[in-house]
Design a protein around this ligand. Structure first.
Ligand code: AMP
Ligand code: MG
Length: 393
């Protein structure tokens, strides 16, 4: 059996290639940019007013001016030319008229008779309240680089230079197959021996956190033919296939054998970890396959440790296997030597709090837990205060 570290290395060496796509900017939030973005224009593309006020040519002696017109944002000055001793009413964002170089805010102005304004010229500096062409961005500037995670600010910057499409890393198409004769979707009535399927909900929500809707979702019974057909369907249509359950050594655990018969090459099967020991990872062509042991906490920690990093890699993120935080463990924890433990924890600024109920079937710790802490394979006791890797959804 291999260690967690070895399992991750095997995956890292087989990571599928990333694909990119040109996508409308309105669909890019949270994606990673796959190509540099260069501005084709100066921004602002014309000198414009930063205030509501009056545009005029600054002279040390001018303090009474004739107002000759009005300029609104979005409207061109009709060839008007401001002469010395003249001003033009102007609003924020409107183009500065020719002949003017300064805007006096309206608050600093007294209106006089017959369309004049008066003000104290010492209250303002030459060139004040004018946003000059190109002060934000120059034509030809690279404004966003490949690898940048697109957040609302970055997207607004791209929009401000007129870009409406961006090249991003393409989300993988994902198939989910949740196996088990005992499973019933939540909302239906349970018959004796049945349980509610929580893995579908867990996986689709975890994918939603990554901005991904799975392409295919199957709930399969423990039946070779049916399960085989669903596996074929996913292998043909998806970049990544996630199965849960049926990968252990029970008589009705068909997943390993079916994947093998479909030409899925094993990267590894079984990892020295708890929960989730009988984890399988394999590849067929460009498709990666993970078969996760069915207990929900195993599904959660195997997803976060192995599947999520592969998806984040495909989405263009760097260092996808890195822990999200390093936190001191809140209490002593006794564990079995020779297995890496993944504990359900609540990640707080003061440490990783460990609730009771760490069994792999038990979801009650998720009342408070929002992360997993990694406890070293070799340790038998991890003392309170030991700094451990913490991974979030
Ligand atoms: P398996 O890996 O198929 O042997 O399943 C291990 C345990 O996880 C069994 O007790 C299953 O009933 C349970 N289990 C499997 N799949 C699910 C699921 N989708 N939701 C909740 N529990 C499950
Ligand atoms: Mg099963």
């Amino acid at each position: 059996m291999i260690s967690v570290k070895q399992a991750k290395e095997l995956i890292k060496n087989q990571l599928p290639g990333r694909q990119t796509d040109v996508v409308e900017i309105s669909s890019c939030n949270g994606s990673v940019l796959a190509g540099d973005v260069t501005s084709a224009i100066d921004v602002p593309s014309f000198d414009n007013s930063a205030m509501d006020g009056y545009a005029f040519l600054f002279k040390p002696d001018c303090n009474k001016l004739n107002v000759i017109g009005e300029l609104k944002a979005g409207h061109l000055s009709q060839g008007s030319f401001i002469q010395p001793k003249e001003a033009c009413r102007i609003f924020t964002g409107a183009a500065i008229p020719k002949g003017a170089d300064t805007v006096i805010p309206q608050e600093l102005v007294e209106k006089g008779d017959e369309g004049t304004i008066e003000f104290d010229i010492h209250s303002i500096k030459p060139g004040a309240n004018v946003r000059k062409k190109g002060t934000q961005t120059r034509e030809g500037d690279v404004i966003l680089r490949r690898g940048r995670v697109l957040d609302p600010g970055a997207l607004a910057l791209a929009a401000s230079v007129g870009v409406n499409e961006l090249e991003i890393f393409h989300p993988p198409s994902i198939g989910i197959i949740v196996t088990g004769d005992e499973l019933v979707p939540p909302g239906k009535k349970l018959k004796p021996g049945q349980i509610y399927d929580s893995n579908t909900t867990l996986l689709t929500a975890a994918l939603d956190n990554l901005g991904i809707k799975p392409r295919l979702v199957f709930r399969a019974s423990d039946n070779r033919v049916e399960l085989g057909e669903q596996i074929d369907h996913c292998l043909e249509n998806c970049d990544l296939v996630i199965l849960t359950g049926g990968i252990s050594v029970g008589d009705y655990d068909f997943v390993y054998e079916l994947l093998n018969s479909r030409g899925v090459n094993k990267l590894f099967y079984k990892v020295k970890q708890r929960p989730g020991k009988p984890l399988f990872a394999g590849v067929r062509g460009d498709t990666m396959v993970f078969a996760l042991p069915g207990n929900p906490a195993s599904v959660a920690s195997c997803f976060i440790q192995y599947v999520k990093p592969v998806i984040r890699h495909l989405l263009g993120f760097e260092r996808p296997f890195e822990a999200d935080a390093k936190l001191p463990l809140s209490t002593d924890f006794q564990k079995k030597k020779g297995l890496t433990f993944f504990l359900k924890v609540r990640a707080t600024p003061s440490g990783a709090m460990v609730p009771d109920g760490q069994q792999s079937f038990n979801l009650m710790p998720f009342i408070t837990s929002d992360a997993f802490a990694e406890l070293d394979e070799e340790a038998t006791v991890v003392k309170a205060g030991t700094v451990v890797n913490v991974y979030r959804w």
